[in-house]
Design a protein. Structure first.
Length: 283
């Protein structure tokens, strides 16, 4: 299928009197690596929340693989192939790195079996009951499935440069590695589109640069569409082919990095921001 994997059409959301996102449009195709940038409070995370079903748009439509998903729950949208990471890291802190990823892979395996239609709840309950027995008896089927999940999770840890942390509790990992573990978890749900909310936040300069290269590798290896939120314009400009710029919920520019960088509205939105400070005051 050649249509967009993820699409926002005229999406707006309002919180009380505040229009956090106005007439937002977006199309992510397989293999796209796009950036979503803008000053603090521009509406970037809100856009992710609307795309992933955390918030319902006040207006407009969100589509995943051509299907309208307004009104669907986040886990249902995830099952359609959309995964994300959070600006504030969300991990099972007391589980090992491996188990964090296995939980994500397992959720996907269970969903593949159950589907989302009527009766899914009943089948889910039956599955739990069956799994409980299989686990208790350590049946060959259970063991084989478990080995497969472990293998998948190990591969994802490897890809994210975390193989050496396999048996470490998530809470003991350095910050940058926790962020990479979050990405491994998101990949565990086998997405077609991956949304990364400030994946480099809190990392040092070196880690940030490495992460950007890794993100591009993920796109290639997993054949994903990727949308990255990043506060630092320079970082995304290095890897993204198309960039959307938000300011006060409005899309003020969209285009290739070079176009966006020299856009007057973008420069104004970022005035006084660290980007301009570190770039001599002009783009
Ligand atoms: N649940 C909410 N209720 C009320 N206001 C919100 C909510 N979520 C976000 N906002 C507001 O929407 C605006 C955009 O926020 P956000 O999307 O987090 O910005 P960004 O991620 O670009 O920094 C901010 O003014 C924020 O305070
Ligand atoms: Mg944000």
């Amino acid at each position: 299928m050649s249509g967009p994997l993820l699409e926002a059409v005229g999406v707006s959301i309002q919180f009380g009197g505040l229009k956090a996102l106005s007439d937002f449009n977006l199309a992510i195709h397989k293999g796209d690596l796009q950036g979503l940038i803008g000053p603090n409070g521009a509406g970037k995370t809100t856009a992710f929340n609307v795309l992933t079903g955390v918030y319902q748009p006040t207006q407009g439509e969100v589509r995943v693989s051509g299907q309208r998903v307004n009104g669907r729950l986040p886990h249902q949208i995830n099952h359609l192939g959309l995964a994300r990471t959070f600006q504030n890291i969300r991990l099972f802190r007391a589980l090992t790195a491996l188990d964090n990823v296995k939980v994500a892979c397992r959720g996907q395996a269970a969903l593949n079996e159950e589907g989302l239609g009527a009766g899914a709840k009943f089948r889910g309950a039956m599955r739990n009951y069956r799994d409980w027995w299989r686990a208790l008896m350590l049946t060959p089927g259970f063991q084989a499935e478990e080995r497969e999940l472990t293998r998948q999770a190990e591969h994802l840890l490897e890809v994210m440069g975390l193989a050496h942390r396999r048996d470490e509790e998530a809470r003991n990992l350095p910050y940058g590695e926790q962020r990479r573990l979050e990405i491994a978890r998101a990949l565990g749900t086998r997405p077609k589109v991956l949304l990364l909310d400030e994946p480099a936040a809190g990392m040092n300069t070196r880690e940030k640069a490495d992460l950007m290269v890794l993100i591009r590798k993920l796109r290639d290896e997993f054949d994903l569409g990727i949308l990255v939120i990043e506060h630092d314009m320079k970082l995304v400009m290095g890897i993204c082919e198309q960039i959307t710029v938000l300011d006060h919920g409005e899309t003020i520019a969209r285009g290739a990095p070079a176009e966006v960088r020299s856009d007057r509205k973008v420069i104004e939105a970022y005035l006084g921001d660290s980007y301009l400070e570190s770039h001599g005051g002009a783009a």
